[in-house]
Design a protein around this ligand. Structure first.
Ligand code: TRP
Ligand code: SF4
Length: 529
């Protein structure tokens, strides 16, 4: 870790009005907008407002963590633990990310390429896709442009080490299975939801909406053959997509497993109340040694609201349910709710449940299996009966790189970023002219030290130029903030490393031309209009 955890990108809010994410973000707040400005002013808000978790929290469970993980460049995740565990135990796992071929691949995309490749090297099934439908519908790119850029993305991905024999490359427009899945997923989503999540309105064209269901299908595509933990490495702007995909994965499931205490359904908060009283009350204290719904209702009603960890509405609704159930005994059970199961699957599940069970119209209650067993059984029955059994996809999020000219790195401002296709000399020059976190004078720098945390050049070292060498990255950081390093020499060193990196990368790109021709991916779209 090189300490850039609390840094803020200075111009993050200068990029125009962010489209609020489902109304969750105010004008000045973090907005997660897949098609808007991809900058984040305050990463902490992503944890607080959007429920993204800190990557550090799961880092220890990751075998051979990548340097981007170690250095906090990958700063957040959603539900990454199952993926880490699968890698750890050599169990099936997958990694997938997609690229909109709207321009040259640049050093920001390299982060994602590296993330895919690293997961592949750790044993995950790896997928790289070209989001050509999205580029065409959301960005208005022509098919000709798309083909050109797609090729460049793929060459860089291969040059950096993606193994196309082990992994899969595809473009959205040419993948029929993907489109079939997109169609199915579309049946579980509706326009109001898109409106709330993406700010779509009456002017949004339908193809753009179709590109969203296509991305949902991309994200679940690695699980078509069998359910497995899947990670989607992306920037945090893609988080709305990840959340929707997680929702849709759940909605596609045949059964929903929950815990219940009697024949009626309980909301989570209500369940917690009943659970607490179930633990507390002794059946022996009641007439026939049986704890009944009405007893729990009485005990609840006698407890002052202030002593319960709930609100008045929850209390009143749980009371109603308990009173209506009256003399029904309270017994914990695992419930399989039939959400979309076929009749055969429902019957198969009934047969498969061991021990005492009760079958209702839309659910089955099992008294002798626990929640985890039940989840496993539900998935097994689903898969055996033609369902997907999707696991909710996981994600990891990397920080956006600061532009070399300060502000955000933007494909439309060439000096702000380094394209993987830049002439090595041009790359050298861009680094040499970059903004730094240095002080006004050398004297001041020696005295106070540089501001490595606000320095795009330091970022280059941490994100790319140091490679796997943590020692080196740390040395640059310490020397900078310690005042031993001055910007002139520091930039010269970075510029030379960049020149070297680009020359080497481009050489590798030439070498993998043939490899690309051998892959199945369609390099030329038959579409031209
Ligand atoms: N929407 C992504 C972007 O703007 C591209 C993309 C398409 C993607 N499908 C995906 C990313 C699936 C991750 C996973 O760059
Ligand atoms: Fe940035 Fe290097 Fe200057 Fe430090 S010495 S502020 S890392 S350019």
């Amino acid at each position: 870790m090189t300490g850039d955890d609390s840094r803020e990108e200075p111009t993050a809010n200068e990029t125009g009005t962010p489209v609020p994410d489902g109304g969750a973000a105010g004008a000045d707040d973090v907005a997660l907008d897949p098609w808007g400005s991809s900058s984040v002013s305050d990463y902490r808000k992503l944890f607080e407002e959007f429920g993204i978790e800190e990557f550090d929290e799961v880092l220890e469970e990751v075998p051979n963590p990548h340097y981007l993980m170690r250095r906090g460049v990958i700063f957040g995740h959603r539900d990454y633990r199952p993926v880490a565990e699968a890698l750890q135990n050599d169990e099936p796992a997958a990694v997938l990310s997609g690229f909109m071929p709207t321009g040259d691949p640049h050093i920001g995309h390299k982060l994602v390429f590296d993330e895919i490749i690293w997961h592949q090297q750790q044993g995950a099934d790896a997928y790289g896709l070209i989001a050509d439908l999205e580029a065409n519908s959301a960005r208005g790119m022509s098919w000709e442009e798309i083909d050109e850029h797609a090729r460049d993305y793929l060459l860089s991905l291969l040059a950096l080490g993606f193994d196309p024999e082990e992994g899969e490359l595809y473009r959205q427009s040419e993948n029929r299975e993907l489109q079939d899945l997109a169609f199915e997923l579309g049946a579980e989503a509706n326009f109001s939801e898109f409106q709330a999540i993406y700010g779509f309105d009456g002017e949004t064209d339908v193809s753009h909406m179709q590109s969203v269901v296509t991305q949902m299908a991309d994200i679940l595509y690695p699980q078509l053959e069998e359910p497995k933990p899947t990670v989607i490495p992306v920037g945090p702007d893609q988080d709305p997509h990840v959340r929707l995909a997680r929702d849709l994965a759940e909605r596609m499931r045949f059964f929903k497993v929950s815990e219940a205490y009697a024949s009626f359904e309980l909301e989570d908060e209500e369940r917690a109340l009943v659970a607490a009283f179930y633990e507390e009350l002794e059946p022996a204290e009641f007439d026939d040694d049986t704890l009944r719904c009405t007893h729990v209702a009485d005990a609840l009603a006698e407890t002052p609201l202030a002593d319960l960890e709930t609100d008045a509405d929850t209390l009143s609704s749980v009371l109603t349910k308990l009173e209506e159930a009256g003399m029904e005994p309270v017994r914990p059970r695992t419930r399989f709710f039939d959400r979309r199961a076929t009749e055969d699957a429902f019957d198969a599940l009934i047969d498969a449940i061991d021990g005492e069970k009760r079958v209702y119209e839309n659910h089955i209650d099992a008294f002798e299996i626990d929640r985890a067993e039940a989840e496993e059984l539900a998935r097994e029955i689903e898969v055996d009966n033609g369902g997907y059994g999707f696991q909710p996809p996981s994600s990891i999020y990397h920080r956006f790189m600061t532009g070399l000219t300060g502000g955000k790195m933007s494909s439309s401002v060439p000096a702000s970023h380094i394209s993987l296709l830049d002439d090595p000399e041009e790359g050298y020059n861009k680094v040499k002219s970059a903004t730094t976190g240095g002080r006004e004078t050398a004297e001041e720098q020696r005295e106070k030290g540089g501001k490595a945390d606000e320095c795009p050049v330091y970022e280059l070292y941490a994100y790319l130029l140091s490679g796997d060498d943590d020692e080196f990255a740390k040395e640059v950081y310490d020397e900078c903030v310690g005042g031993e390093r001055l910007c002139g020499g520091c930039k010269e060193q970075a510029a030379e490393l960049m020149r070297e990196f680009l020359a080497e990368h481009q050489e590798k790109r030439d070498e993998v031309e043939e490899l690309l021709e051998e892959t199945d991916i369609e390099l030329e779209s038959p579409r031209r209009r």
